[in-house]
Design a protein around this ligand. Structure first.
Ligand code: ADP
Ligand code: MG
Length: 231
């Protein structure tokens, strides 16, 4: 399933006027590919992800997930789309303090209404995903017993729980040192290929994006091409 952003303009109230956070942005992300969005702080990267995640409605433009125009959906249909089709990894994973890593990941299936009927299968899948992100041995730990990078990886496993078609990731490496950041990026690239997700990865760190299929740069709410892989 592809993700398509068409001519998106987003403004926020700003004193008397409006601040333009996204200025006619278009982006097409085919299934199984990862597009990295780089750019300075305040350039509109998180706003772009919020629009792609259908959490914020743009002033102008359309967001299509697998060809479905999300603007034409009811709020209930949009939240169902978010639960079923979108995996969102926020900058801060916001894990629940009282839950183990395994429980955080399982919870996503419960929220999608799939927990009770197939609790055993849900648990097995959550375990498998924690294995995928390299946390098989830490499944029983709570957030305060995990490092920043480990928490970030729980956030990634959680986003994958409902087998999303679209993966949206905001600065997953900002809290990590270079080596761990590169490992998380490598993981996201591999997951994009294996699971055929349409992935957008936001990062301010250019050095991490060598494995992306495409790199675009956000400057003052506008997108420009940086390079295509292999070009
Ligand atoms: P980035 O993620 O690249 O740092 P953001 O998308 O967070 O950029 O922000 C883009 C611009 O929009 C910034 O000028 C920021 O101050 C502004 N902005 C972001 N969110 C809001 C909001 N909820 N209300 C008003 N202004 C906002
Ligand atoms: Mg941001």
């Amino acid at each position: 399933m592809s993700l398509c952003l068409e001519d998106i303009t987003l403004t926020y109230p700003d004193g008397e006027g409006r601040l333009t956070a996204l200025d006619g942005v278009g982006l097409d992300v085919p299934a199984g590919t990862l597009t990295a969005v780089v750019g300075p702080s305040g350039s509109g990267k998180s706003s772009l992800l919020a629009v792609a995640a259908t959490l914020v409605t743009p002033d102008l433009g359309r967001v299509l997930v697998g060809g479905t125009e999300t603007g034409s959906l009811s709020p209930a249909e949009r939240s169902e789309l978010r639960r079923e089709k979108l995996g969102i990894v926020f900058q801060q994973p916001n894990l629940l303090a009282s839950l183990t890593a395994l429980e955080q990941v399982e919870l996503m299936a419960r929220l999608a209404g799939r927990g009770r009927s197939a609790a055993g299968r849900t648990r097995a899948r959550a375990r498998e995903l924690l294995g995928t992100v390299g946390l098989a041995d830490l499944a029983h730990r709570r957030p305060h017993q995990l490092s920043g990078g480990q928490r970030q990886r729980v956030g990634i496993a959680r986003a994958l729980m409902n087998a999303p078609a679209v993966l949206l990731v905001d600065e997953p490496t900002s809290a990590l040192d270079h080596e761990r950041g590169a490992a998380v990026l490598g993981l996201l690239t591999a997951l994009t290929r294996e699971r055929a997700t349409a992935t957008i990865l936001v990062t301010h760190d250019h050095s991490h994006v060598t494995s992306a299929d495409r790199v675009v740069e956000m400057v003052d709410g506008r997108l420009g091409e940086l390079h295509a892989s292999g070009a």
